[in-house]
Design a protein around this ligand. Structure first.
Ligand SMILES: *[C@@H]1O[C@H](CO)[C@@H](O)[C@H](O)[C@H]1NC(C)=O
Ligand SMILES: *[C@@H]1O[C@H](CO)[C@@H](O)[C@H](O)[C@H]1NC(C)=O
Length: 387
């Protein structure tokens, strides 16, 4: 596992956002007061304008989104392909992972809009509906991923504790759970579509998406942020904290079960697999879910009282880091599913063996006449199509 490079990148990123946060220490936080002369526009204070113009939001965050897209899109496409068409004997864990990959893919496809938004100087040119769609799929993906990771963790424990339970019945339960999770997520993201996500900033002539909350009455800010405040408190307590507890309990029981059974080679192999899974899930939570959920609750608690959020840049960065879960989840598939692991290895190996084959073909064609060359390259194509 090579977490070295991404981790050092993260460290740089965190330092950068922390220094940007201390720059805007004087700020009143990120809410726009409605312009009394033109109610279409909002007025921001100087510190907020500085953050919107900063390199953090116009360079570093879009670069991180490019990384998420470049890794997350192909990896999750491949995962869906493998779990749907390549896994012969369907298992509850592959059902959960296929759904997790689908949730990631549904979010990842909207990232290019977000990248161009940040590179454009935080100017959202796609209109309010698409901004709502992006925000809805962003949080939908986040809570969906947490729930499916919890399901997968419980299933891993169940599979080890009750190895002889009926597969067919377990698959039915898994499909039922997935349908329930999707229904819950579609329902629970609807509040995000009910309030304005875009805000036209007066002096910058830009339209932000989800980055600025509009406060209608600065003396009484609560009604303007009531909906997102209750929403993120609820999601943080119910859809983040409860699955967290479930996951922790599942892993404690899993390790206990593996510890109790006598140490033959299968058990030690299972034990290693379980530990690797726990480490990957732990990294996902520490990087993606814990900081963003804590900062969401803090951010909206401050907003509702009209208090400044000095860590606004940090808050924005944690939300961006949350999107990294879409490219960390494939590590889960890799360590849990043998089929996915084989497919990834084959894809990577196939490419290099194809290169070797091409070199061999061109080498041999130098020795033979033109006639044989066409024959040889034909066999070369056959080789390629078998990959
Ligand atoms: C924004 O637009 C106004 C008038 O439309 C113009 O006076 C101002 O210079 C513009 N500001 C920027 C930063 O482009
Ligand atoms: C932001 O986009 C709008 C709509 O395309 C455009 O009119 C405006 O000039 C842009 N603002 C800046 C600062 O480029």
């Amino acid at each position: 596992m090579d977490f070295n490079n991404p981790l050092s990148l993260l460290l740089v990123f965190c330092c950068f956002s922390a220094s940007a946060a201390s720059d805007s220490r004087q700020g009143r936080g990120f809410f726009g007061r409605v312009n009394p002369e033109n109610t279409d526009e909002v007025i921001l204070d100087e510190a907020a304008i500085v953050t919107l113009k900063s390199e953090l939001t116009t360079v570093f965050i879009p670069i991180l989104y490019i990384v998420v897209f470049a890794l997350g899109f192909p990896a999750n496409c491949m995962a869906i392909y493998v779990f749907l068409f390549r896994v012969k004997k369907k298992h509850p864990s592959s059902i959960y992972m296929a759904n997790l990959a689908l949730a990631d893919l549904l979010f990842v496809i909207w990232i290019p809009l977000k990248i161009s938004y940040h590179f454009n100087g935080n100017n959202w040119t796609y209109g309010e509906p698409l901004c709502k769609v992006f925000v809805g799929f962003f949080y939908g993906n986040m809570y969906c991923s947490i729930l499916f990771i919890a399901c997968l963790s419980v299933q891993r424990y169940w599979g080890v504790a009750h190895p002889l339970s009926q597969q067919r019945k377990n698959n039915k339960v898994a499909i039922g759970v997935c349908v329930a999770v999707w229904a819950f997520i579609w329902l629970s993201t609807t509040p995000l579509y009910l309030y304005d996500q875009t805000a036209k900033i007066k002096d910058l002539n830009i339209t932000t998406c989800h980055d600025v909350n509009i406060i209608k009455d600065p003396l009484n800010p609560f009604p303007s942020v009531q909906l997102p405040f209750y929403y993120f408190i609820f999601m943080g307590l119910v859809v983040f904290l409860v699955p967290c507890v479930v996951i922790i309990v599942a892993y404690i029981l899993l390790l206990k079960t593996l510890g109790n059974s006598m140490g033959d080679s299968t058990t030690s192999k299972n034990r290693r697999k379980a530990v690797v899974l726990i480490v990957v899930v732990l990294v996902t939570f520490v990087v993606c879910f814990i900081p963003s959920n804590i900062m969401l609750v803090i951010h909206y608690s401050l907003l509702k009282d009209g208090l400044p959020n000095n860590g606004y840049s940090f808050y924005i960065s944690t939300l961006c880091l949350a999107s990294l879960n879409s490219c960390l989840d494939p590590f889960i598939y890799y360590y849990v599913s043998e089929d996915f692991r084989d497919h990834v290895k084959n894809t990577l190996l196939c490419r290099s063996s194809r290169t070797v084959e091409r070199m061999r073909v061109s080498f041999s064609s130098m020795k033979y006449s033109r006639k044989t060359k066409s024959y040889v390259s034909e066999s070369g194509t056959t080789q390629t199509s078998s990959c």
